[in-house]
Design a protein around this ligand. Structure first.
Ligand code: ADP
Ligand code: MG
Length: 484
């Protein structure tokens, strides 16, 4: 047994989601990404004397939306607080946040644990705050540059209880949170651009111990895989320290993607005393029960709800349901197909197969897919009703439909002469021709050589120019051959 097997990892994640509002949290500066540096900065954002902040209502709406999606308790009376510290990218000298009255508390997210079982990660709190500006260390050889466009951009910070037990669980939790904020249209979830950021708190303890070990906090991971790498690195580092009898420094560390390692940024012993106090320039915001209900009515479908519907009600596999709910756009398209066709399983296969391949090959988004859900459903129903074969539908009609999305699949099938012959009389006629052509094979068949059945089917398909409904033709052929 290696020393690592003796220890258990405890992880709590803090996720900052940058909100997709038009303006900043407490001023009407635009909250845009990618504008020229320092062009979206008014005196309110800078906290100049005489300016007054005003709370952006959308931030509250987004907070309630997220809280409902995570099954949180939503707070009625929301107070704002000042968190004071000095930093070059924080010209006001304080950040407006929520201290003792976070807008949401006691939520949960269900993920899979490392054995594939459902596991609940409790959400401790979600609070509203504003972002700081951005220090840029890598664009000037000697100086650090500061861009204040980000200062004051609204954030929701989601803090878990220390319920996560492995790097893989952290990976799945973050994947779920990112999917959720995208479904909710509150954050674009882009970790590379920093609109979703994660700080990981990690500690280790001997298996069976009650008490948590001393934790470290790791920052600066710009992808979900890097969060996983950072945690894996820290687990090894912490176990090595503890198992050698050392003590862990409670500190904040930074992840370096190139090497997959972390280095110390600052010690928590000298932890900032933020001197939180109530923000004197903002009145508390009251979130009434009635308001919460209004937001609830406008909630989009949520990925885990759709997942359950697809597996439980439609009988799809967990894998299929996962693929279909991975992004909201695909899920909503699939929902729309289901609205027009009763063949759920076939619809799932079509969306995951031909539709997704078409989009992937051309790097297109579902919104750019020319075929409406209604038309796709009609094509699916043609196949399910044995009007056209799946092969012809997928290889010929589907591409034609993409070229001419205004036409119905039936129109196209007729134009291309692909409607299957399922008329029994017509098929019987072809079958009798095929059988008459090889009388000696009929004798062989009747003597027990059932393999020649395939030869007759091939002949029937040829005579029908590939349009015979194979299922019906097959049954009729057997009947004819078995006739004495
Ligand atoms: P801070 O604001 O100083 O970072 P918090 O109490 O808000 O401290 O905790 C932040 C995160 O750390 C939470 O997600 C929490 O679950 C997690 N956490 C707390 N104690 C531990 C621990 N011993 N090991 C791992 N994570 C922890
Ligand atoms: Mg923290």
């Amino acid at each position: 047994m290696s020393i690592y097997d003796k220890y258990e990892t405890i992880i709590g994640l803090e996720v900052h989601t940058q909100l997709l509002t038009k303006s900043k949290a407490y001023s009407n500066d635009a909250a845009e990404y990618g504008a020229l540096p320092n062009t979206l900065v008014s005196p309110v954002t800078l906290g100049h004397p005489g300016t007054l902040p005003r709370a952006n209502k959308r931030v509250i709406e987004f907070g309630v939306r997220l809280g409902l999606a995570l099954q949180c308790t939503i707070r009625e009376r929301n107070e704002y607080a000042r968190k004071n510290y000095f930093y070059a990218d924080l010209p006001k000298g304080y950040q407006i946040t929520q201290d003792k009255t976070p807008i949401c508390t006691n939520g949960l997210v269900v993920i899979k644990d490392d054995n594939g079982n459902d596991k609940t990660i409790r959400i401790q709190r979600i609070h509203m705050e504003e972002d700081a500006g951005k220090s840029i260390h890598d664009q000037d050889p000697t100086d650090t540059l500061v861009d204040l466009n980000r200062a004051g951009v609204p954030l929701l910070e989601i803090v878990t209880e220390p319920d996560i037990r492995s790097a893989d669980e952290a990976y799945r939790y973050l994947t779920e949170i990112r999917k959720l904020v995208r479904y909710l249209d509150i954050c674009d979830g882009n970790m590379e651009e920093g609109s979703l950021r994660c700080d990981a708190n990690i500690s280790v303890r001997l298996k069976g111990d009650e008490k948590f070990g001393r934790r470290v906090e790791v920052k600066n991971m710009n992808s979900i895989s890097n969060v996983k790498r950072a945690i894996e690195h820290e687990i090894t580092r912490l176990v090595d320290i503890v198992d050698a009898g050392g003590t862990v420094d409670q500190e904040t560390r930074s992840f370096e993607a190139l090497t997959g390692t972390t280095f110390s940024l600052r010690s928590k012993e000298a932890a900032n005393d933020y001197r939180y106090f109530p923000e004197p320039d903002l009145l508390p915001v009251i979130v009434s029960q009635q308001y919460v209900e209004e937001v609830r009515k406008k909630m989009p479908p949520l990925p885990h709800e759709l997942f359950r519907k697809y597996t439980d009600a439609l009988g799809l596999s967990g894998y299929d349901a996962g693929v279909l709910t991975d992004t909201k756009e695909v899920a909503l398209y699939f929902e729309d197909v289901l609205h027009h066709s009763k063949n759920a399983k076939a619809a799932a296969n079509w969306v995951m197969g031909p539709v997704k391949s078409f989009l992937n090959e051309r790097a297109l988004h579902v919104s750019q897919f020319p075929v409406s859900a209604e038309r796709l459903a009609a094509l699916i129903d043609l196949v399910e009703g044995n009007k056209v074969s799946f092969a012809m539908a997928a290889q010929r009609i589907f591409p034609a439909l993409i070229e001419s999305p205004a036409k119905t699949p039936l129109q196209l099938a007729e134009e291309m002469n692909l409607v299957q012959e399922s008329n029994e009389d017509a098929l019987l006629d072809l079958i009798r021709q095929a059988v008459a052509k090889y009388p000696e094979k009929v004798t062989e068949y009747r003597a027990g050589k059932k393999g020649v059945h395939g030869l007759f089917m091939g002949e029937v398909m040829k005579l029908s120019k590939g349009k015979a409904d194979p299922k019906i033709a097959n049954q009729l052929l057997t009947k004819v051959l078995d006739e004495q």
